[in-house]
Design a protein around this ligand. Sequence first.
Ligand code: AKB
Length: 304
Amino acid sequence: MERILITGALGQLGQEFIKYFIKNNIYVLASDIRSPKNKLNCDFEVANAMDIERLDNLVKKYKINTIYHLVAILSAKGEENPFNSWKLNMESFQNIIEISITNKINKIFWPSSIAVFGTKSGLENVNQDPVLNPSTIYGISKLSGEKLISYYNNKFDLDIRSLRYPGIISFESKPGGGTTDYVMEMIESLKKGENYTCFLNKNSRLPMLYINDAVMGTIKYMSTDKIKLSVKDSYNITGFSITPLELFEKLKEIGCKGNVIYKPDFRNKIAKTWPKKIDDSFAKRDWKWKADYGLNETLKETFK
Ligand code: AKB
């Protein structure tokens, strides 16, 4: 029986994983650095992922055997204070690995990102194993984490798994501090008939994934027999690729009022170093990954 700890549980992904585990009667302990605004339907503990003793105590107290470590400072926010971002992203991950060794944790999930790619990665359609030259501290920490995954899995016989998420689109749970956040911001503004000032250039194409695909894909991957997983660091996955202009035109087509003004800032520079498209054929082959939501399906969910 799985007993799951989620760190960073109040973030964009964490809240959706909680819903999935509760719905499927899987024990989940949620933890975050702050308390939830609304009561969660699962155990919750305030914990700082930098505090290894606290994490260790929680794992022991709740007899945890699986960890989803979702704590991270994302790409745009990370650039405000790179030292701090590195410290949080890496030290918290190292803490999880240390307590996983001592507590014999069965499986660990740690999200990586398209931020690991860079200008030398063949950005038109990035394959599974290209040159990696990340441009942000977030991307550098994700790449380092990927390297640590293969190292620690090998050295300590752990089962740490990882996916390179593109921009995740969700509305009930919001992202914060990312370069792909414009999608949700634009949809929310135009839905209300308001204008939106977009921080990316109208032609910045980036890969995206609807939250339902992100959650179901991750669950499928985590339950795949280890022997089938040929990628030892982190799998590419994707849903669809769009530009701000294409999104705007689609929103107009479905009747949204409001205009989009383009004022590219430093986040556009980050986007220029990220893939336009992703080749996720290894995930498709090894664990039968398949995205169910394209842009149309995603918008249908959003406007339900
Ligand atoms: C970000 O924009 O920083 C994240 C990501 C792609 O990892 N959404």
